[in-house]
Design a protein around this ligand. Structure first.
Ligand code: FAD
Length: 300
């Protein structure tokens, strides 16, 4: 039996949903990406752990998929196993000011849960279209806040199948990065600590932030958010705009006319279109300003 068949059988035996040859374009905010050999969708931590142990025994390195909002997936798709976290969906209070949130919960749902409980500190994250796990992995941030400001610990599964709860101080949070880029662990939940606030104020801050996003970002088209990290001392969008590149297209990929930090899929864009456009942007910015832009989106 081939590897994918063995993985599929294992999933069926463990009552885990599994999809073969699923188009990754259905699982990414960019709407780009060829088929994944198999996507497993565990709905609890124990099945997730079994899958990880199985993969480790089979010497497979699975790709962990959150909400797919920071990904550029190849047109050839993903060979091997993808594990989708979106079915890990519990969010609960663990104290007056603390929340435990499964990796697959959307940041917007987590923010709304904080609001319902009059807890302040997460407003910055409202509208970031990621999952809690993906946001911890990326140390997502906006409007002066970052996940590292609120996360007190993450619970993860090591590639060997050990469940560990690790304090934030050991998670190597930096600008759009954490230890998870290198350690192969899968985040299954995060613990956040917030402060008691005024519901009305929290709500109006969230509304404000969404309005800012709507006015500045091209939310009407599929994208993966800001393509480039902020280079030290500059803003990527401003450098790109000064190169006169806004609106530049390759195939169906276009550098947004609204926000020069975003590449949007105007319809039928391929991964190759986006990569070519990224190269053009990097080349122009480097030639004009001597600044080498680094991508924030993850290429898979
Ligand atoms: P994915 O895109 O699915 O994955 C990202 C990386 O995390 C991958 O390497 C993946 O393997 C890994 N990963 C995901 N979940 C886990 C897990 N449970 N365990 C281990 N590894 C995991 N980002 C910001 O920081 N600030 C913004 O303001 C912002 N605005 C955006 C606006 C738009 C319109 C879009 C489309 C994107 C924006 N982003 C922003 C980017 C994106 O939403 C964030 O990076 C988000 O945190 C990614 O989460 P995700 O669940 O979608 O992760």
């Amino acid at each position: 039996m081939g590897l994918i068949e063995r993985v599929y059988d294992f999933a069926v035996q463990n009552k885990c949903e599994a999809l073969k040859n699923a188009p990754m374009s259905d699982y990414t905010s960019f709407k780009i990406g060829g088929p994944a050999d198999i996507i497993l969708m565990p709905d609890n931590a124990e099945i997730m752990r079994k899958i990880i142990v199985f993969c480790n025994n089979e010497e497979i390195k699975p790709f962990i998929l959150g909400n797919g909002s920071n990904l550029l997936v190849s047109d050839e798709g993903i060979k091997g196993v993808v594990i989708y976290t979106g079915k890990l969906t519990s969010v609960k209070l663990t104290g007056d000011l603390t929340i435990n949130c499964d990796a697959g919960v959307s940041l917007s749902r987590l923010c709304n849960f904080a609001l319902e409980n009059s807890l302040t500190g997460l407003e910055f994250a409202f509208g970031i279209p990621g999952s809690a796990g993906g946001a911890a992995y990326m140390n997502a941030g906006a409007y002066g806040g970052e996940m590292k400001d609120v996360i007190v610990s993450c619970t993860h599964i090591t590639p060997q199948g050990k469940i560990e709860n690790v304090k934030a101080s050991s998670l190597g949070f930096g600008y759009r990065k954490s230890v998870y880029s290198d350690n192969g662990c899968v985040i299954i939940s995060i613990d956040v600590s917030l402060m008691l606030g005024c519901k009305q104020k929290i709500k109006s801050e969230m509304v404000d932030i969404i309005e800012k996003r709507r006015s500045k970002q091209p939310l009407e088209y599929p994208s993966a958010g800001s393509v480039f990290k902020r280079p030290e001392g500059y803003y990527a969008g401003a450098l790109i705009e000064q190169c006169g590149l806004k609106g530049r297209s390759v195939g169906g990929a276009q550098l947004s006319e609204k926000h020069a930090g975003f590449i949007v899929n105007r319809g039928g864009a391929t991964c190759e279109d986006v990569k070519r456009l990224i190269e053009i942007i990097k080349e122009n910015v480097y030639n004009r300003f001597g600044v080498m832009l680094e991508t924030e989106i993850k290429m898979v």
